[in-house]
Write a protein that binds this ligand. Structure first.
Ligand SMILES: C[S@@+](CC[C@H](N)C(=O)[O-])C[C@H]1O[C@@H](n2cnc3c(N)ncnc32)[C@H](O)[C@@H]1O
Length: 635
């Protein structure tokens, strides 16, 4: 057997438990080592090479170095053929800590170990997603993920702030145009462990491929590509989240179960699972569904339970708690309830005489009270009983007080001893009247854009407002890196206006509409509602990304040949390309094939200019941009 690193296990060929048809099985080797199978360990000990590789000698005793063994079997050299095992077979494996160091449930899928850029930039075309590890080594991947130069920086402010004023703050509102994976890695520099809330609405995974894609861009991911795509982004998200951070992830049902498991794997140690909200996206319709019309989606939520608060009462509820007494500062306002209640199960203790303020008696044999006499007397002494005159018969009714911040007569404190001012406990079923549906979102966006339909399937602002309201921190820094039409930014501004908070947003959007739609929505939202606010719009400085877009938009072979002529003289093309041969043969391909080919030879690893190269004269970066980047990245 000549199979690279597997050669060292050649001696296991003779052992049926570790081989199949005379070939040593990677799976069996991995499993036996990870479960520290004694027979397997003794074979490793007997072999000089494996003894040296996987054991450390301490006082003449050989100790199995499981971490080294794990590192070894996770190496790319050991793994390649194993991808075939996963290729058709995405699913759950219990106690297989083979790709993950975590115990428990692991989700495996092909190419879990690679980085997927997800570089769709134009909403008309789908793109075959490249797996970077097909042709990038670790060093190149780290280069791919270095922070990028931000340019085209524009300030929008209706509160007399300058760009420098904002840059000097710890946080400010920002919109960034560029690939979201690379933007997230750029944000790490300034905001690692500082983002309080992340809301994302990524492209969904659909089990059944859609001929016409409902999002008008690429939702037709393969499950494995989609999971890799999500995994890469969620991993950086975790690094960005603050200690009390929370992440909300919108998803449909097709992607839910796999997504929940990767998210558990990534977040649960620091940011446990909180809830899976159900959002009713439409009230009816779906008549074209085969059996059942699915009218809801989910919002998977992980984070610190400390971050959540009770929701404020709405106006109807507040009208109910409209009375005040000497306990107002400690117990909040109160409402009253009748103490007489014959609907409860009767018991002797609930019948006793009560003396009214004028000395008249309400007799126990004519009344069934809600509590026994002792409790009544306690309430009376604590000024919790109210007598109300009944005009028509000149009699009395007895009532007891219920304070807003109490639960069953006791004030509620949180873990830190802080009084919980009782509100509504957020519910995992989101009330459509409160949070709106798809239709409401489309309408509100159309209204902002003079009645024109500018975006398919935005989320309603009310939905994001509701999620943000659950978070106690009114100064939260909120990130949405699938910003779309900018709903999250809109929600941040609206909620600040409502409750006097000072939340900030960071929106990332890579599609071309980032300026015309995402930025424009926030501008219109500020001016139409007179929200005093400021934000900076920036773009990640493109290198090969410019050409990716041009290729995607090209309408003819001639357009494509012009683009090829343009970029062939840059260092953005693989050096092994023979231009003359390409120029000759390219005409025999159809337009889709030419696009694929050009994207293939374009070095997408340098989609954007790294901030580390900002001083390089080849790129002639102007001094304003340099100074912005220095301040932004704190260099
Ligand atoms: C439905 S939109 C989000 C809408 C947003 N919540 C709103 O209310 O307007 C989905 C996001 O997925 C992104 N997206 C779609 N296809 C993609 C792909 N192939 N690669 C990367 N991002 C993609 C879009 O850029 C957009 O940010």
């Amino acid at each position: 057997m000549t199979d690279g690193v597997m050669d060292i296990f050649d001696f296991l060929k003779k052992h049926a438990e570790y081989s199949e048809n005379g070939i040593v099985s990677r799976d069996h080797v991995a499993k036996a080592g990870l479960t520290m199978n004694p027979n397997f360990l003794s074979l490793l000990l007997d072999n000089k090479r494996t003894r040296k590789l996987f054991f450390v000698e301490v006082n003449d005793i050989a100790i199995f170095d499981k971490i080294e063994f794990q590192r070894f079997i996770k190496s790319k050299e050991f793994l390649p053929n194993n991808y075939t095992k996963f290729q058709q077979n995405i699913g759950l494996t219990v106690e297989n800590n083979f790709l993950s160091d975590l115990n428990g449930v692991t989700l495996q899928w092909p190419y879990k170990d690679c980085v997927l850029e997800g570089g769709q930039m134009n909403d008309k075309e789908s793109r075959n997603e490249p797996f970077w590890n097909k042709y990038l080594n670790t060093e190149e991947i780290s280069k791919l993920l270095t922070r990028k130069v931000l340019h085209e920086n524009h300030l929008f402010s209706n509160e007399d702030k300058t760009m420098n004023d904002l840059l000097e703050l710890e946080k400010f509102n920002q919109i960034i145009k560029g690939n979201n994976l690379l933007a997230l890695h750029s944000l790490k520099r300034r905001y690692e462990n500082k983002i309080d809330v992340i809301y994302i609405d990524p492209p969904y995974y659909f089990k059944e491929k859609k001929g016409s894609d409902t999002f008008s861009y690429n939702s037709n991911f393969k499950l494995s590509s989609w999971l890799t795509f999500m995994r890469d982004r969620l991993e950086v998200s975790r690094k960005l989240l603050s200690d009390d951070g929370v992440i909300f992830i919108s998803t449909n049902e097709d992607g839910l179960y796999h997504l929940k498991i990767i998210a558990e794997e990534i977040f649960s140690e620091e940011y446990p699972y909180i809830a899976n909200f159900i959002w009713q996206k439409r009230a009816g319709g779906g008549n074209d569904s085969e059996a059942i019309s699915t009218n809801h989606e989910f919002i998977l939520t992980f984070g610190s339970a400390n971050a959540f608060q009770k929701l404020p009462f709405d106006e109807t509820q507040l009208k109910k708690y409209n009375l005040e007494d000497e306990k107002i500062d400690t117990h909040g306002p109160y409402t009253t309830k009748n103490l007489h209640d014959s609907s409860l199960q009767d018991s002797k203790g609930l019948h006793f005489d009560i003396e009214c303020p004028d000395g008249s008696i309400l007799r126990g044999d004519e009344h069934q009270w809600k509590c026994n006499e002792d409790t009544f007397n306690e309430r009376l002494n604590d000024n919790r009983i109210v007598f109300k005159r009944i005009q028509k018969n000149n009699s009395w009714s007895v009532h007891y007080k219920i304070y807003l911040w109490e639960n069953k007569g006791k004030l509620i404190y949180d873990k830190n001893g802080k009084l919980v001012k009782k509100g509504i406990v957020p519910n995992s079923f989101l009330d459509p009247k409160k949070v709106g549906r798809n239709g409401d979102a489309t309408k509100e966006l159309k209204k902002l854009f003079d009645g024109k339909p500018v975006f398919s399937y935005p989320k309603p602002t009310k939905l994001i407002v509701h999620l943000l309201q659950m978070i106690e921190n009114k100064n939260a820094l909120v990130l949405d890196y699938f910003a779309g039409s900018g709903t999250t930014g809109h929600a941040v501004l609206e909620l600040n206006q409502q409750d006097g908070g000072n939340r900030n947003f960071i929106l990332v959007e890579q599609m071309e509409y980032c300026k015309s739609l995402t930025q424009e929505r926030i501008v219109r939202c500020m001016s139409q509602n007179d929200y005093k606010s400021s934000f900076i719009y920036s773009e990640m400085l493109e290198r090969s990304a410019t050409y990716i877009l041009k290729i995607q938009n090209a309408q003819s072979t001639k357009d494509l040949m012009d683009i090829f002529d343009e970029f062939k003289d840059t260092n953005l093309v693989s050096p092994v390309i023979d231009y003359e041969e390409v120029a000759e043969q390219i005409h025999s391909l159809n337009i889709v094939e030419i696009k694929d080919f050009l994207l293939e030879i374009l070095n997408q690893n340098v989609a954007y200019l790294s901030a580390l190269d900002i001083e390089d004269e080849t790129f002639s970066i102007d001094s304003d941009v340099k100074s912005f980047n220095k301040k932004y990245y704190g260099e």
